[in-house]
Ligand binder design. Sequence first.
Ligand code: HEC
Length: 254
Amino acid sequence: MKESSWLNLPSLSLSVKALFTGYILVTGLGLLMAGAQIMLTHGMADGKLGLSVDDIVYSYYGNREGSKLESKLNGSMKGKATPEENLTMIKWAREGAPKEQWEPKIKPIVMAKCAVCHTDRHMSSLPNLTNYTTMQEVAHIDEGAEISSLTRVSHIHLFGIAFIFFFIGLIFSMAVGFKKWVKALLIIVPFAFLILDIASWWLTKINPGFAYLVIIGGFGYSLAATVMLFTSLYQMWIMPLRGQFSDENTWKNS
Ligand code: HEC
């Protein structure tokens, strides 16, 4: 059954069409920019260009395998100290780099084995590891997004994007020729995906297995929004040109 529209897009007055079209163009541009922004910020999180599941895991869950210190001591800095000393430093990093152990246990190793290169005096581009704060930074385990930044970004997204979808949906609700339920579904789907998307940020923070949901959520609402935006433009401008009737009752799905 086709729904009788409360208003229909092909027969709107020119000024309302102009208003809707302006909104659609700017919103479409906004969606593209949002996509570019995601690619540039999260997309590079794993050090490679392009958005991948790893990027999302790095952004929200972090890299809890270990700190930079640990990965260097297992990598390019491996031979600088003895295996026992490396282990002592790795354990210290895993315990959260406690200050009490810095002077008695860690600093002596650093002074003896690392300071040759890692001080202010030599090769100034290298971090000065004889300084506790610097060492604490390289020993820090990356736990991904902070709760405070997640709550901030979540509420901005929920309010902001709901606002955008409301108008996209409102305009699209005037589209003609759709089955009642298809139209209602297209209108509700972006909201559902939005909630899924935000929920999956939090779930990924807890468990990296949920990273896929972030992509599905974001992709889902972008797709539904794109369908609505293009359909609305088509019905406002192309349909009347093609002489397809603007009156709901006589409009044929040809
Ligand atoms: C012979 C000089 C030399 C010594 C000794 C040395 N390093 Fe390095 N270190 C480097 C250089 C060069 C780099 C940069 C290249 C790289 O990351 O492999 C580096 C990088 C690092 C980094 C990564 C810094 C960053 O911000 O990217 C860490 C952490 C580190 N070293 C820890 C240590 C520790 C701990 C020791 C002592 C056990 C040590 N290094 C001993 C030369 C040295």
